[in-house]
Unconditional design. Structure first.
Length: 208
């Protein structure tokens, strides 16, 4: 049964609390095989050692932030759940871990790359439309934005530790148009990539 508009709104508002409650479960269940590697490599290709990278919705830091740190990048992680950040800090004290909502204040940058893996899709479509140009503006010239999205426009429910969570996506053409309007010279969007656990990925490069 569909939760209806009011139910969806409640689920959207509950996302921070769900991740706070379910941090340990989410962390234990998070795949560590790094099926994301090829896309991560594309996002950071050509960056100098020590280049700043923003992990948006970083969770507990493993495996994505850990991989970035292992490649020598200066990682800043932003997440809404203090319990997630506590796990990340314990694992990787050398990184900068910030509590915050991506809809609010963002670290200034500029960043060589910004990643939003399985995080941006928790925002309602209007908030995603507002966020994309803000992220591009925090990229250094030539920097890349990598975001996992949905294959088509719509709203769906997923689960974290047995609790329902809200997901949304714009149409792929809308993501492309947003990135180009924000100043991206190259935009690539692949839907349901079979080599990446059937994730749909947006990769854009800021001009410069």
């Amino acid at each position: 049964m569909s939760p209806g508009a009011a139910g969806l709104a409640a689920l959207r508002d509950a996302i921070p609390a769900v991740y706070q409650r379910q941090a340990a479960v989410w962390d234990a269940q998070r795949p560590r095989g790094l099926h994301e590697r090829a896309w991560l490599e594309r996002a950071v290709a050509g960056l100098a050692p020590g280049a700043p990278v923003l992990d948006l919705g970083c969770g507990a830091g493993d495996p994505i932030a850990g991989w970035l740190i292992g490649q020598g990048f200066a990682v800043t992680g932003l997440d809404v759940a203090p319990a997630m950040l506590a796990l990340a800090r314990a694992r990787f004290p050398q990184a900068c871990w910030l509590e915050g909502d991506m809809r609010g204040a963002l670290p200034d940058g500029p960043f060589g790359a910004i990643l939003g893996w399985d995080s941006v899709f928790h925002l309602v479509p209007a908030d995603q439309r507002a966020l994309i140009p803000r992220l591009v503006a925090r990229l250094a010239p030539g920097g890349r934005l990598l975001v996992s999205v949905g294959p088509r426009a719509g709203e769906e429910l997923g689960r974290v530790g047995g609790e329902p969570v809200y997901h949304a996506s714009l149409d792929p053409d809308d993501y492309r148009a947003l990135c180009r309007a924000a100043g991206c010279a190259q935009v690539r969007l692949v839907t349901e990539d079979p080599d990446c656990d059937f994730r749909s990925l947006l990769l854009a490069r800021r001009a410069g």
